[in-house]
Design a protein around this ligand. Structure first.
Ligand code: GLN
Length: 530
């Protein structure tokens, strides 16, 4: 079968959950035995979201091959278990950069470079994954960020229009819209959907399938009205009602025949509905996990999406441990030694979050001192691990001014320091130590026991590192550096073995946790706190 292409666009408002719908479609097609990938095209000009503040765009997700990407790639991976790569996350900036570099190289000599056809051709090339022809994919799902009608997404829409024409039945357009409920009128309103589809049609794209986001159940009359006004088959109008959990969405989509509708549009026999047994088993576990466990998330971004993968990893690990994880964001900027006990009261464990820069740092260190001395299970991730090291240096080794040179370049005790390979780097985008690297775990360590194997690969996103000059002092005093990169000896995991659970990782295990394979570190952490 030649590769089929599914385009997912959104209308009316943003934040409708296009990423979840794209991930769900991926999951449903995978359950039918197809090889699938999901990619995201974002209309902004940044080359990638690596330089964006989390307040702008939520968490920055990192692929195995070291691309800093949109957080939707996290949904794709958690739902489907596939590994996305740098070519699954494309922005307008990247498209323009490729075209402009080519122009400077002389590849278009004599020609005027224009949005159509040069930019749209480059978008099409990437949508078709021309560089990855060997992948042998059955389906490529392409989600386009933003809302239909945005000026900046117009070239993407034009590329989809052209591809639709070129690919014929091998392409399907799924459009996600919103059906609001007006309380005063006690009515669900379809007009915004009609307008959104009209806008799409005005760009020459007729959607094949409409997914209507709604807070209230839509009856058949509403669906019929939308179908007839928008030239879409009734069976191709599905609804995406608010669900208690995003992981119920694939099942709801399957029940309404979304995957079957896609197959019919493409002209593949629909066949039997896959049972998705392991997914249902997971959902059963989720509904049975009712006993609450409270975990403090110590960080500086008071925004759900800023620590998305960490939140999901903890929730998933909770479900497999038969508990409902209740996360409490604790702003590290507000933590002082006077209020730390109060702030962490009732928390069975604490996660010290990743991050950059000075803001909120002392609060993190104070929180760690409290959890360490009170033996509250603590999980430090990236910057969180670095702060565990600093706290230990200050309060156990007695280096009062110990710090990371990121925050204090003049410290007498730079226990966290810029990596050697980073010293000559001045550029900002994509220049950190990024992506998956090997890590060897020490025999007899807790981490080795948790992973159950001596060599692991985890993803990184950092510039600073444990300073190996201090290794002996840490080891002698009980902070063990039990995970090391086998090639350059960088410290990747530290632990205090005399505590219930006190582990810091320089890498980000949260990127590798999926619905069907929760990450062992998160699993063990929840086991310790439940
Ligand atoms: N700011 C730290 C560094 O660059 C940690 C980064 C992170 O937490 N992702 O090393």
């Amino acid at each position: 079968m030649n590769t089929k292409y599914i385009f997912v666009t959104g209308g009316v408002v943003s934040s409708l959950g296009k990423g979840i719908i794209s991930a769900s479609i991926g999951k449903l097609l995978q359950a039918r035995g197809y090889k699938v990938t999901i990619q995201k095209f974002d209309p902004y000009i940044n080359i990638d979201p690596g330089t964006l503040n989390p307040y702008e765009h939520g968490e920055c997700y990192v692929t195995v091959d070291g691309m800093e990407t949109d957080l939707d790639l996290g949904h794709y991976e958690r739902f489907t278990g596939i590994h996305t790569t740098r070519n699954n996350s494309i922005t307008t900036g990247r498209i323009y950069k490729t075209v402009i570099d080519r122009e400077r190289h002389g590849d278009y000599l004599g020609k005027t470079i224009q949005v159509v056809p040069h930019i749209t051709d480059e978008i099409k090339r990437r949508m078709l994954r021309e560089e990855e022809k060997g992948e042998n994919l059955d389906f490529v799902i392409t989600e386009v960020g933003g809302t239909i009608g945005d000026i900046e997404s117009a070239p993407f829409m034009e590329a989809i229009r052209q591809l639709r024409w070129q690919l014929g039945r091998d392409a399907v357009c799924v459009h996600l819209t919103y059906v609001p409920y007006l309380k005063a009128a006690e009515e669900l309103k379809t007009k915004p959907t009609q307008h959104s589809v009209k806008e799409l049609q005005g760009m020459g794209i007729q959607p094949d399938i409409l997914v209507l986001r709604t807070e209230r159940h839509l009856d058949d009359a509403v669906r019929m009205k939308v179908a007839s006004f928008c030239n879409v088959d009734l069976e191709c109008v599905v609804q995406s009602e608010d669900m208690p959990s995003i992981y119920q969405v694939p099942v709801s989509m399957q029940r309404q025949g979304l995957d079957a509708a896609i197959m019919r549009k493409i002209g593949i026999p629909v066949g039997e509905t896959p049972s998705m047994k392991s997914w249902h088993d997971f959902l059963d576990k989720q509904s049975n996990a009712t006993r609450e466990v409270h975990i403090g998330l110590v960080g500086k971004y008071d925004l759900q999406d800023a620590y998305k993968s960490i939140r999901e990893s903890l929730n998933l690990a909770g479900i497999y441990n038969e508990v409902k994880v209740k996360l409490h964001f604790i702003n590290s900027e507000d933590i002082t030694s006077d209020n730390v006990a109060e702030k962490l009261q009732g928390m069975a464990g604490a996660v010290i979050c990743p991050g950059f820069g000075l803001r909120g740092i002392e609060g993190k260190i104070t929180a760690i001192q409290y959890t360490r001395t009170n033996d509250i299970p603590t999980f430090g991730i990236c910057l969180g691990m670095q702060m565990m090291v600093i706290e230990f240096a200050r309060n156990v080794l007695g280096f009062a001014d110990a710090h990371s040179t990121e925050m204090n370049p003049d410290t007498q005790h730079p226990v966290i320091d810029l990596m050697e390979e980073q010293k000559n780097i001045t550029g900002m985008g994509g220049t950190m130590r990024l992506g998956a690297y090997d890590c060897a775990l020490q025999e007899g360590s807790k981490a080795r026991c948790i992973y159950g194997k001596p060599l692991i690969q985890e993803r990184h996103r950092h510039r600073y590192e444990f300073n190996n000059q201090y290794l002996e002092e840490f080891e002698d005093n009980g902070m063990h550096c039990v995970g090391r990169n086998p090639d350059n000896n960088l410290v990747e995991v530290v632990e205090l073995s005399d505590k219930k659970w006190f582990i810091g990782t320089q890498f980000h295990p949260e990127y590798a946790s999926t619905v069907l394979h929760p990450h062992p570190l998160f699993m063990d952490f929840i086991k310790a706190v439940k």
